[in-house]
Design a protein around this ligand. Sequence first.
Ligand SMILES: [Zn+2]
Length: 69
Amino acid sequence: MTFPKPPNAPEKNIPDYDMVDESDACPKCGQRDIDRLVWIDDDRVECQSCGTVYKPGEQKGGNHANDEA
Ligand SMILES: [Zn+2]
C-alpha cells in the first residue's frame, strides 16, 4: 500500500521571505535579514548591522545574467 504525499511541503522548502535578494544585500557585511535593513529614503537602505548606507541592487551595476548555479 502506498501512502499519499502530505499536502504540505517540508518547512525547509519555504522561501526566504524575511531575507532580501542577494543583489540587495549589504555590500559591506552581506546582511540580508530584512529586519536589519531599513529604508531611510526612497532609494537607500541602512544596514543595522554595520551602518552602511547603500542603494539595493545597484552595487553590481550590470549586466549579470540570471544566475549561475
Ligand atoms: Zn552591513
